[in-house]
Design a protein around this ligand. Sequence first.
Ligand SMILES: [Zn+2]
Length: 152
Amino acid sequence: MSEHELRVSKIRNGTVIDHVEGGQALNVLAILGIDGSEGLGVSIGMNVPSDRLGRKDVVKVEDRELSQSEVDVLSLIAPEATINIIREFEVVEKNRVTRPETVVGVLSCPNRNCITNADEPVETRFDVIDSGVRCDYCSAVLRSDIAAHIDV
Ligand SMILES: [Zn+2]
């Protein structure tokens, strides 16, 4: 086992989100809606040396697996991330995230005049573009502030 792996101690059941861009770990927790009040065991490695990324963050969440919509949003702030599902201390699944073409129903539009912010039963819908995501209804663009507009 390499020195890098040793920094991430083992969990019994849950999810390890690895290869998160350095500095994004807290945004990852925001996307998952985790603030500590749920009582889940959470550990975070920040700015851990990484061959692939230079510096990376690692987030481990015990007793929690991720939904596809959470993974889709994660991919927007951590495009290189790998999601490891752990059961009984073993990695049973290891997946790279892939950027979706659209994100439906998980982000709120930053434009207060957007129809999705009116009192209408309209689900938000964003197209994923190189620089971030763009609202399908009003073309407002979310870039680095994606995590602040999670609405899961
Ligand atoms: Zn909009």
